[in-house]
Design a protein around this ligand. Structure first.
Ligand code: SAH
Length: 326
């Protein structure tokens, strides 16, 4: 008997045939497809890496910004001392006003590109009470600011005198000046008491000098007095043997008299602006309120009268300051 014939390859159904053809096609293009897929994955990775790099750059940018914020600002090196030794000469309202001016001063210093080291000397009496009573004695936490109970004589007395309790600021080196006559004279030579009553005009600010601003709000009341002490700051400076200077207002601002009396924070802000721009005109215009330039306005084009009208010394900031707690 014949052995059974090997079964012929069964005829494929149509669909099986299609599947087989497809498998064949796929097999033929497999290498090509794999290559394409690989390229696609590579491209995807590249795009992802690019995005990551961009966002990393963003975060690097952020980190740099943060670092700059934390980094101590560039320092001009100069120091400004606010002489608070006029406490007994002021009314309560004036003391409040002064405290507001101190707060404006501090705030301007914090925002400045080139801040000064600040010292407030002769912190006593009602001024101190007012500072203590404001915002939980926030003044003690002001950075780059020292508070001295002693007067500015401490700068040349060389004694390790006390700082107002709790206000020690280690950032600033103690002024341990030599107690010799020469040492004292050198220190005094580096000090300039700013006052509108000075015959000298400031031409520039120098990093090694200490500029004193009188911490007083008196609306020029004392100009009225017949006695010799009507130029409070000028007289005090002379007595201490310290040079004096006024801001060069008359020289740069038409319509404004040379003896223009400004507030503590205005004087300070003008100084900050000068350090930034090295230009008095820009600095003065930036700070002195525009209304002061109005032709025909009070004192416009005239020498400051001995008794300046109250609103002449009351400025934008001070007016705002008076309505606020310091
Ligand atoms: N009658 C006070 C005026 C106080 S004004 C006095 O005897 O000076 C507050 C302080 O700002 C002044 O003591 C002074 O240090 C400073 N100041 C105001 N106007 C000034 C000006 N034009 N030039 C220089 N300093 C000025």
């Amino acid at each position: 008997m014949d052995s059974p014939a090997a079964p012929a390859t069964p005829a494929l159904s149509k669909s099986a045939q299609k599947r087989a053809e497809k498998a064949e096609r796929l097999a033929a293009t497999k290498i090509e497809r794999r290559a394409k897929e690989k390229a696609a994955r590579k491209e995807k990775r590249r795009i992802k890496a690019e995005k990551r790099a961009a966002s990393e750059l963003d975060s690097a940018d952020e980190a740099e910004k943060e670092r700059k914020k934390k980094k101590p600002k560039l320092e001009f090196g100069g120091r400004v001392l606010i002489d608070l030794g006029f406490d007994v000469k002021m009314f309560d309202k004036e003391i409040n006003s002064l405290c507001s001016q101190l707060a404006y001063t501090y705030s301007a210093n914090r925002q400045a590109s080139y801040p000064f080291s600040l010292i407030c000397s002769s912190v006593n009496g009602r001024t101190r009470d007012r500072l203590e009573a404001t915002s939980d004695a926030a003044y003690k936490r002001w950075i780059n600011t020292e508070w001295w109970e002693e007067g500015y004589e401490r700068l040349w007395s060389g004694n390790a005198l006390s700082t107002a309790p709790g206000t020690e600021n280690e950032d600033m080196p103690r002024n341990s000046c030599p107690e010799t006559e020469d040492g004292t004279e050198n220190i005094k030579r580096s000090m300039v008491y700013l006052t509108a009553d000075s015959e000298e005009e400031l031409t520039e600010l120098l990093p090694h000098e200490i500029y004193i601003i009188g911490g007083i709000v008196d609306r020029n009341r004392f100009k009225n007095l017949p006695d010799l002490s009507k130029n409070l700051c000028l007289d005090k400076a002379k007595e201490s043997g310290i040079r004096t200077a006024c801001l060069p207002i008359g020289r740069y601002l038409e319509n404004l008299p040379t003896r223009k009396v400004l507030t503590v924070n205005q004087v300070f802000e003008i100084m900050l602006k000068w350090v930034e721009t090295r230009d008095w005109e820009t600095s003065l215009y930036a700070v002195i309120p525009k209304r002061k330039f109005l032709p025909g306005g009070k004192n416009g084009g005239k020498e400051d009268s001995a008794v300046a009208p109250e609103e002449d010394v009351l400025t934008r900031n001070e007016a705002a300051a008076e309505s606020e707690a310091c």
